[in-house]
Each structure stands twice: as C-alpha cells, then as structure tokens.
Design a protein around this ligand. Structure first.
Ligand code: SF4
Ligand code: SF4
Length: 222
C-alpha cells in the first residue's frame, strides 16, 4: 500500500489534522498557520487550560471539526505532526484531541478511492505539499484530472504532464476555496454524499478543466 500521508521527503499531507477546515484554504493562509506550529506546540498548555483551540479562534468551514494545534512544518515543505514520535523522539500525540491511536490508525477516503496507479502517479509527479493535499482531499476530481491528461496524450513523468497537473490542481484549489462547507471529508460515505448532493461537484468531475490549466485556451484545443 502506498503511504499517502508522507510518500517521500518532497511532500506530505496534514488534511486530516484539520488543516483544510480553515475557511481560507489558500496556500498563503495555510502556510502561515503551519509556520506557527512550533509556537503553538511550545505553548500547548494554552489549548488545554484556555480551550482556545484554532477552530475557536479562526474562521472555519465546520465549527465542529477540530483543527489540531500541533500541525506544522516538520521540514521544508513537509506539513506534519510536531508531536509525532519520529519528530520529537517520543509519542506525544495524546496531547491532541484525537489521541495517538486515532492519529496513528486513521486513513482518509483517498486511500480507498484513488486507484493504485493514480497514487503512484501523484507520488511520482507532484513535488509540492499544497497541490498534493488538494489532490488527496478530492480523489474523484483527481482521478478525472489524471484521466483527462492521459486522454490528451500526456505521459506520466514527462514535464508537460507535471506542469499541467500542477496547473489543474492550482485551479481546483481555487474552486474548492470558494465552496461553502467542507472540502475534506473524514469518511468515504460523507464524501460520496457530498458529491451526490452538489451539482457543482458533479460538473467538476464531468469536466475538470473548463479552462485551460495553463490559463490559455481549452485543453482540448492543444
Ligand atoms: S488526509 Fe489522508 S493522506 Fe492526508 S495525512 Fe490524513 S490520512 Fe494521510
Ligand atoms: S496530534 Fe494527531 S491530529 Fe494533531 S498534528 Fe499530530 S497527527 Fe495530526
């Protein structure tokens, strides 16, 4: 099974730590939040004593979904857990609301929904944590994007494939950012329900590139 959480040292994901519960899921806002991770972790007692968790102090998509304060960059371009045993030498994840067992065992819908081949393509072709996270949180749209790139004759591993996938995911991030409600679902059932109940999502799957990912002309005219 592919490790989607941190497949290599070039990218990783922290969506299920609550990162994508921010109303503002722009790269800039999430980078700022992750950059503050070490400060939050050093001052973790505040969350326990004051109860001032990030979801109580920032604008959220879902007020009942936790944004764990212990997320941060564990290395350059690698979002992750700042209280993970491989980061601090001992398992401190029980300081968090989910606890070490849940944190250690949870697998998101992308693990079930993405094809084995697609997981390998994402790992091979993406080098950027933000775009990678966008691919993970919306696996149905991601599958469709990959299919479209192949339909257009682009080949995994080639530079045009990588650039077009990056651009498509950047466009998709903007679309998701404008969506009301959750952009990350904790279960496959929740994700399926969200898709079925949103014409916007279904439209996205039928045509993930209404505009060119490169910003000039329809992909089909290339
Ligand atoms: S959202 Fe999925 S891929 Fe990302 S860290 Fe959680 S389980 Fe791993
Ligand atoms: S304690 Fe759990 S939820 Fe918090 S950052 Fe670590 S893995 Fe994520």
């Amino acid at each position: 099974m592919h490790n989607l959480c941190m497949p290599d040292k070039r990218k990783s994901c922290a969506a299920c730590c609550g990162l994508m519960n921010h109303s503002d899921i722009s790269r800039e806002n999430l980078t700022g939040f992750l950059n503050d991770g070490n400060f939050r972790t050093a001052n973790y007692w505040r969350y326990q004593i004051e109860g001032s968790y990030p979801e109580q102090t920032t604008s959220c998509r879902d007020d009942f979904t936790h944004i764990c304060p212990f997320q941060g960059f564990i290395d350059d371009g690698l979002p992750g857990c700042l209280v993970h045993p491989q980061v601090v030498g001992e398992d401190q994840r029980d300081m968090g609301l989910f606890g070490a067992i849940v944190c250690g065992r949870y697998l998101c819908p992308a693990y079930e929904i993405l094809r084995h081949e697609t997981k390998a393509i994402l790992i091979e072709n993406l080098d950027d944590w933000y775009l990678y996270t966008i691919a993970i949180i919306d696996p149905i749209a991601t599958e469709r994007m990959i299919d479209r790139l192949h339909e257009e004759g682009l080949h995994n591993g080639d530079e045009p494939f990588k650039q077009t996938l990056d651009s498509a995911l950047a466009i998709h991030a903007k679309k998701l950012g404008k969506r009301n409600g959750n952009v990350f679902c904790y279960s496959r059932e929740e994700y399926a329900f969200q898709y079925k109940s949103s014409p916007e999502n279904l439209k996205c799957v039928s045509d993930p590139f209404p505009e060119s990912p490169a910003g000039g002309g329809d992909l089909r005219q290339r």
